[in-house]
Each structure stands twice: as structure tokens, then as C-alpha cells.
Design a protein around this ligand. Sequence first.
Ligand code: 5GP
Ligand code: ZN
Length: 114
Amino acid sequence: MKDCVFCRILGGEIPATTLYEDDATVAFRDVNPAAPAHALVIPRKHIATLDDATAADAELLGKMMWAARAVAAEMGVAKSGYRLVMNTHAGAGQSVFHIHLHVLGGRGFTWPPG
Ligand code: 5GP
Ligand code: ZN
């Protein structure tokens, strides 16, 4: 998608610090980190929100979780703990409409989330 910032990262038009990639997903550092360790896992396929995914995308969604685990290890927070977040729709804080899993770690987290 031409106007999608994450598609532009996938296309190499916008630089990013890549931490992990495989056939279906790419993970890179968040440009505005909300924690000492903060990465985003995105699918190579453009899907605007989780609600735009179909049953055919179920395996891809699972691959995002699998990638997040590797990214947590890569960032050194696998043992200390990490949080996965997927904001869905603007009302929940989604600002980039290409689905992404936030991988956050390196500090404590409260519950319920803000
Ligand atoms: P959302 O608010 O949609 O859940 O999360 C979007 C995230 O993308 C934000 O944490 C924001 O900092 C990050 N982000 C937005 N634009 C860019 C960019 O160009 N590069 C990187 N690395 N992260 C970005
Ligand atoms: Zn996109």
C-alpha cells in the first residue's frame, strides 16, 4: 500500500532497525519507544486492522506471535518478561493501519493497562 508507513518500511523506503525477519513477518525497533525494549512485529502482507484479517490469515497471525517470541529473546527480555499488545481501531490507540504486535520489555508493567 503506497500510503502505508509500514509497507514503506517493508519496501526499504523508510529505514528501520530490523531485529527479525522471516518469510511472513518483519520486526523492527519502534521509532518512539514506550519501554527500554520496544519492537513491532508486522506481517509482510498489508492488513489494516485485526478485523480485516480473514480465516485464511490465521496462520499468519500465529507467525506474528512466533516472531514476537524471537524478538523478545533478541532484545534480551525473554526471561525478565515482556508484553505483547495489538491496538485495534483508533479507539484503542491504533495509529498505523497495518497490523502490528508491540513487543515491550525492560521495565515493569501495570495491570490493567492504561
Ligand atoms: P499503534 O499506535 O498503531 O498501536 O502503534 C504504531 C507504532 O508505530 C507507534 O508506537 C509508533 O511509534 C510506531 N511508528 C510510527 N511510525 C514509525 C516509523 O516510521 N518507524 C518506526 N520504526 N516506528 C514507527
Ligand atoms: Zn501496509
